[in-house]
Design a protein around this ligand. Structure first.
Ligand SMILES: *[C@@H]1O[C@H](CO)[C@@H](O)[C@H](O)[C@H]1NC(C)=O
Ligand SMILES: *[C@@H]1O[C@H](CO)[C@@H](O)[C@H](O)[C@H]1NC(C)=O
Ligand SMILES: *[C@@H]1O[C@H](CO)[C@@H](O)[C@H](O)[C@H]1NC(C)=O
Length: 375
């Protein structure tokens, strides 16, 4: 059973009033804590020796340098011969100290997972903002080898903090406008190097959460003729964040600067704080392609997974040729704003265990929240 630490109880208490619109932050925190308590939890850093010895760290680093250079050349900010390489030995020595990485299992799918999305690299579909070339590297933390046959699914809110494919109170103006687009959602296979590559945006913010991107890692899925996947298992459900000072610069650019929603900083976001606990780093490593954010960005993340782990996130909608439609067993029974059991349960009726959690949470009158913000 999950041990509810005092700090966790405080987090539950403090977030019970805010959270994802239509979502369930308490469940998310419990899930993350269960992950941190898991006896077999392993990090990407714990594979460091093997990854360095196999040459993966060096190869991966050189590949990323080359990729950034390629993007710079393509955008006219460098000449082909101008690639400057960092000493790979130095890179190997520091790998893991500040590696952006997050591990299996677990954060949360949140209330806006739409399944049935398309396999495609460019998921912008007309959305405007800080265009980001994103490389996600998936590592098997049980073998310390790249996972070459997974599908990485990504989704995020648009630059003004609205998710596509769904309609809900708190998702933009709650109107139907976003249901018929699949922008900023898609899947990519990991190749020989375990890398899935996307073109997306730095996500905008919305009430109650720090800016974040969602990911799900699929294994053993079958590619269908219409470029979607079916079947398989899910080993990892996670979220990636953006360093706060850099994010402030992004938020100052158009159209982020037209977002009227209240922003939550990383330090104020309990899922972010939980994501950082246990020596993990869910913050994307981001480089400018040119001289300013508007010239485009290159971002990377290493994700460690146990491919045999099985998570069962719940999609609210399915993407179809007619747009987002309610998924079977969707926690939403209709539109708009009909999340049936929002609060505890994430779409299922409250259980006895949920009630116990509420009691434990309410027993702690002195939230010790501040201790987390410095970590
Ligand atoms: C974000 O999506 C919403 C809903 O589709 C839309 O109204 C809004 O204009 C989008 N933001 C930007 C900057 O395009
Ligand atoms: C893997 O990395 C190597 C060297 O960094 C590169 O030459 C190769 O093209 C990459 N393979 C894939 C499938 O990305
Ligand atoms: C793709 O094909 C599957 C299987 O026929 C179907 O269920 C799904 O709705 C299709 N998706 C789209 C976006 O057309």
């Amino acid at each position: 059973m999950v041990q509810i630490t005092q700090a966790l109880a405080a987090a539950l208490l403090a977030t019970s009033a805010v959270g994802h619109p239509g979502g369930n932050v308490n469940r998310d925190i419990l899930r993350r804590q269960a992950h941190l308590d898991h006896p077999e939890r392993r990090t990407v850093q714990s594979c460091k020796r093997d990854l360095v010895a196999s040459g993966w760290v060096r190869e991966q680093h050189m590949r990323r340098e080359a990729r950034l250079h390629e993007l710079r050349v393509a955008a006219g900010f460098a000449k082909p011969h101008e690639l400057v390489r960092r000493n790979p030995v130095e890179v190997e020595e520091t790998y893991g100290e500040a590696a952006a990485c997050t591990i299996d299992p677990e954060a949360t799918e949140g209330p806006y997972w739409v399944s049935g999305e398309l396999i495609r690299q460019d998921i912008l579909t007309g959305e405007k903002g800080a265009v980001t070339h994103l490389d996600i590297n998936v590592i098997d933390t049980t073998s310390c080898k790249p996972v070459t046959d997974a599908y990485v699914e990504m989704w995020g809110s648009n630059s003004t903090g609205v998710y596509t494919g769904v309609q809900a109170r708190g998702n933009g103006d709650g109107s139907k406008s976003a249901v018929t687009t699949n922008a900023l959602r898609g899947l990519q296979p990991t190749g020989a190097n375990g890398t899935a590559t996307f073109i997306t945006l730095i996500p905008g913010h919305y009430v109650g959460r720090a800016n974040h991107l969602h990911t799900i890692i699929h294994h053993g899925a079958t590619k269908l003729p219409n470029n979607t996947i079916s079947g398989g298992t899910i080993s990892h459900v996670g979220q990636f964040y953006v360093e706060q000072k850099f994010l402030a610069k992004v938020e100052a650019t158009a159209p982020y600067n037209t977002n009227k929603q209240v922003q939550t900083l990383n330090a104020q976001d309990f899922l972010f704080q939980m994501g950082k606990k246990g020596g993990e780093d869910p913050v994307l490593k981001i480089s400018l392609i040119g001289n300013k954010i508007e010239d485009g960005l290159y971002a990377t993340m290493d994700v460690g997974v146990n491919p045999k782990a099985k998570q069962s996130p719940q999609p609210v909608n399915l993407w179809t040729s007619a747009g987002g439609v309610a998924a079977p067993n969707s926690p939403w029974t209709g539109y708009p704003d009909t999340c049936k059991y929002c609060g505890f349960g994430g779409g299922r009726p409250p259980t006895k265990r949920d009630a116990e959690v509420v009691e434990e949470v309410e027993e702690d009158p002195e939230p010790e929240v501040l201790e987390w913000t410095d970590q």
